[in-house]
Design a protein around this ligand. Structure first.
Ligand SMILES: Nc1nc2c(ncn2[C@@H]2O[C@H](COP(=O)(O)OP(=O)(O)OP(=O)(O)O)[C@@H](O)[C@H]2O)c(=O)[nH]1
Length: 586
């Protein structure tokens, strides 16, 4: 290889990428000093850069870069050399002038941030380039991180303009991240859905990854810690990996929807946690490539889990998948740049930022969508439970109604039986009085009473026994009932072998006629009970209640019964088997 011609800076130039003018040499052992490097350079052992991006991947030892500069720009004696990659550990810049003097400046994240010429996230070095002088520029870079050495020269004005645009782009990115962070923090605090917590965790850890990669972590968070500068990348990547797997598990509801996939996720989380711990001890060049590859594995696994859960009918997984596809695209580009596969352009360099900003936005939307889906599901459950409850209440009400009906029937039967005489089935005396009172209270018609007493009943009992006597009582009750039926009579067993009947709308004479037909009906045929045939007769007293008894219906009834009884006794006295009217006594 041969040494290139010098880079001549002409008037009118303000910004130059050095790579076309730079030769390099890989000092694998990393122990050569400037003098040794100069000798190699003069021996022609330096080579042109393989690509414009000067990215070599993870490499041992040190890399030497050389360019010869001649500044012919009359108005710009001061230039700024910027190493546009934040993670290089040690950057040594040597300016060797024609007179043999050498100026040395340090940079990289193993030197304290404050040694930088300008407070800026990338290593930078102020160069005095007096117009017309030729200068040999040697840059030695040694780093555990990926060997990327894109060197540029800027005039102070050009640098200000460039850095302003870059800072605005970065500011926008972290602005989006912060807005999403606080928005979802509020949602998490209100909703207490663990998905939101893991989203916050993921976005914070991922924000830290990019903060570190952009060089802002070193500038703002650990400006003098070489140790943290080395560990922050693998550590923050592991945290982000844990966050995104946990987020995916809760968002996709893997424990319920895909238990086996859940175990794989838990396995990955354990691995990332162990890797994070190990990265505290392992050299950067070992832990970081594993962590960077693990990002691809983690995201691909999330894509697989999303597809499985989506195919099982979980619709919120669709947006989730799209979000991670964005992230995957951006991260793939960034990783390919880190390994020197893709050239460094705006889109590849900021691919992670663009992809992840889209991803986090979409994830936030997906969280909202999921929340809405959950709420709808809850509402459906509540609706169904209400319907079920209503049906149950209706069923129970029906059962209660039918039980009440049965109770009412039983009650009516009980009331009925309390109004009836057990032997004959006729109404009893109490009920007779109540009903008669009702009839009298209407007071619009005359009412007559028949007091009916079976004759010589004691001798029937004595002769045939009580059971035959009972049969005779039932028979007499039936016969009396049948005879009185056409007259709407109110009939009751008054006691023993005595019956009473009220005949509404009937005067005493008509009642006496009815009494007579009754007497004859009892006579018409005997009562038969088993082998026994018993002739039965009755004595009947008749009385018509006086109308207009006023409020004292009870007394009127007592008196009337008394009078009917007297008539009955008159019938008994008159030889039995006959009808007597009370009026006739008077
Ligand atoms: N088998 C039976 N006998 C009854 C029942 N209730 C009352 N007796 C009887 O009826 C008879 C009534 O007798 P008494 O009051 O002396 O009257 P009687 O024998 O009918 O004579 P007179 O009324 O004067 O014609 C008594 O022997 C009672 O035991 C009953 O439910 N069943």
């Amino acid at each position: 290889a041969q040494t290139r011609g010098p880079l001549v800076i002409d008037a009118g130039q303000s910004q130059l990428a050095l790579s076309p003018y730079v030769d390099y040499l890989h000092d694998v052992d990393g122990d050569a000093d400037l003098d040794a490097a100069r000798v190699w350079q003069q021996e022609g052992r330096f080579q042109p850069l393989p690509s414009a991006s000067a990215a070599f991947g993870f490499q041992p030892g040190a890399f030497w870069f050389h360019a010869r500069l001649v500044n012919l720009h009359p108005g710009e004696p001061r230039w700024l050399l910027v190493q546009e990659y934040a993670l290089s550990d040690r950057v040594d810049v040597y300016m060797r002038r024609e007179d043999g003097t050498v100026q040395h400046q340090r940079g990289g994240d193993h030197a304290p941030f404050k040694v930088r010429s300008i407070r800026y996230r990338h290593p930078n070095f102020a160069l005095d380039l007096p117009p017309g002088d030729a200068v040999d520029l040697y840059v030695r870079v040694q780093s555990q991180s990926s060997m990327q050495v894109p060197l540029s020269l800027y005039t102070p004005t050009a640098f200000t303009e460039m850095s302003r645009d870059a800072q605005l782009a970065i500011g926008l990115y972290y602005g989006i991240l912060l807005a999403l962070f606080f928005y979802n923090l509020v949602l998490w605090l209100t909703l207490r859905d663990p998905s939101y917590f893991w989203y916050l965790f993921h976005i914070t850890a991922f924000g830290l990854v990019l903060f570190t990669l952009n060089g802002l972590g070193f500038e703002y968070l650990w400006p003098s810690s070489a140790w943290l500068a080395d560990k922050a990348v693998p550590l923050s990547i592991c945290l982000a990996l844990i966050g995104m797997q946990q987020f995916a598990r809760t968002f996709l509801e893997l424990p319920q929807r895909w238990p086996r996939g859940n175990w794989v996720s838990l396995g990955l989380i354990t691995f990332f946690a162990l890797l994070g711990l190990a990265s505290l001890e392992l050299p950067y060049r070992v832990s970081t490539p594993i962590a960077s590859r693990a990002v691809l594995v983690g995201v691909l696994w999330i894509a697989v889990a999303s597809i499985v859960v989506l195919r099982r009918g979980y619709r919120p997984a669709r947006l989730f998948l799209l979000a991670w596809a964005m992230f995957l695209l951006g991260t793939t580009m960034f990783t390919l740049v880190a390994f020197g596969v893709l050239p460094k352009t705006f889109y590849t360099e900021y691919g992670v930022q663009i992809g992840s900003a889209l991803e986090m936005l979409l994830l936030s939307v997906a969280l909202g969508y999921r929340y809405a889906a959950l709420r709808n599901e809850n509402e459906r459950i509540v609706r169904e439970a209400k319907l079920h409850l209503e049906q149950k209440v209706m069923q129970r009400t029906g059962e209660l109604r039918s039980a009440l009906g049965q109770l009412e029937n039983a009650h009516a039967r009980l009331r009925e039986s309390s109004q009836r005489d057990g032997l004959t089935g006729l109404h009893n005396r109490t009920h007779f009085r109540e009903r008669l009172l009702e009839i009298l209270e209407r007071g619009d018609r005359p009412v007559s009473l028949l007091m009916i007493d079976l004759d010589h009943f004691k001798s029937i009992n004595d002769r045939h026994g009580h059971l035959v006597g009972d049969d005779c009582l039932r028979w007499a009750a039936r016969t009396i009932g049948q005879t009185l039926r056409p007259h709407e009579a109110l009939l009751a067993r008054f006691g023993g072998e005595e019956f009473v009947a009220a005949l509404p709308g009937m005067g005493v004479h008509d009642a006496a006629r009815v009494g007579e037909s009754l007497r004859q009906a009892l006579h018409a045929q005997p009562c038969t009970s088993g082998p026994h045939t018993v002739r039965i007769s009755a004595s009947i007293g008749v009385h018509q209640l006086p109308t207009g008894h006023g409020d004292d219906g009870d007394d009127a009834i007592d008196q009337a019964l008394q009078r009917a009884d007297e008539a009955l006794y008159a019938a008994k006295a008159g030889g039995r088997d006959c009808v007597r009217m009370a009026g006739a006594l008077a």
